[in-house]
Design a protein around this ligand. Structure first.
Ligand code: ADP
Ligand code: ADP
Length: 234
């Protein structure tokens, strides 16, 4: 069974006389363990789709099922719970806590998840090593490069052991070389934990890392291709 089962998704923004169709009639199934890349021009609906899957936004029409839950029937409280328990987010900006070290930024989230929600989490040090930051755990964010800070943010999201990791332009603020390290960290985490990972990106090198590439245009999925043999971007 898919992790996400979406049917007939539409999102329309109405501003006075003007209607913007951010998504139109999108059907999508996403499976456990997949590494999915979403490509498409600016304004094609990528963030809207990701935000709906993450319970940050609601569609105007259609349904999304996450496992046995119908997200599109959930109230705000249930959606907050859903995000906390099941979703990891990585955005363009890292939102690390400046007064805490890399280790502490990750450990804070795992401690909360365990104590408040009784969730099994990963070991912060193990996840930081996995994303290549074994030697930088005791550094504060200001002592780390942008790419390193983003890898801390990835470790933080992954350590919570979410069912899905949703990444919106995670390399948008980074140069191509640094971006590649960040994407490799995502890929390594995906392989290690088997977490369904969905990445919006403009970095074409990423498409080569994906199991599956979705292309959006004008709010519709215009192509959905499995990548037969994983290609090493090196
Ligand atoms: P992408 O992530 O592919 O750049 P988005 O999902 O952000 O695309 O946006 C899709 C369309 O919806 C765009 O035309 C955008 O301007 C519009 N849109 C997104 N959010 C809003 C909003 N809050 N109010 C009005 N229009 C919006
Ligand atoms: P929770 O209450 O479980 O923390 P939130 O509604 O705060 O859930 O959202 C989950 C995560 O996504 C938080 O880390 C929040 O800061 C982040 N977030 C939510 N919306 C946005 C956004 N539009 N841009 C950047 N970060 C966001």
């Amino acid at each position: 069974a898919p992790v996400f089962h979406a049917r007939g998704l539409a999102k329309t923004y109405t501003m006075g006389e003007v209607q913007v169709h951010a998504l139109r009639n999108v059907d999508l199934d996403l499976y456990a363990g997949e590494f999915v890349v979403i490509l498409g021009p600016s304004g094609s609906g990528k963030s809207t789709l990701l935000n709906i899957l993450g319970g940050l936004d609601a569609p105007t029409a259609g349904t999304v099922e996450f496992r046995d839950h119908v997200l599109t029937d959930a109230d705000d409280r249930a959606l907050t719970q859903y995000r906390r328990e099941h979703v990891g987010f990585v955005f363009q900006f890292y939102n690390l806590i400046p007064a805490l070290t890399a280790f502490e930024n990750v450990a804070l989230v795992t401690a909360l998840a365990t104590e408040k929600h009784g969730k099994a989490t990963a070991d912060p040090a193990q996840v930081l090593r996995l994303v290549g930051l074994g030697e930088r755990m005791d550094n504060f964010p200001a002592q780390l490069s942008g790419g390193e800070q983003q890898r801390v943010a990835i470790a933080r999201a992954v350590a919570k052991r979410p069912d899905v990791l949703l990444c919106d332009e995670p390399t948008g603020a980074l140069d191509v070389g640094t971006g590649k390290l960040v994407l490799q960290a995502l890929k390594t985490a995906n392989r290690e934990f088997g977490t369904l990972t969905v990445v919006i990106t403009h970095n074409v090198a990423v498409a080569a890392m994906a199991d599956r590439v979705l292309k959006l245009r004008d709010g519709q999925i215009v192509s959905d291709e499995a990548v037969a043999a994983p290609v090493d971007p090196e």
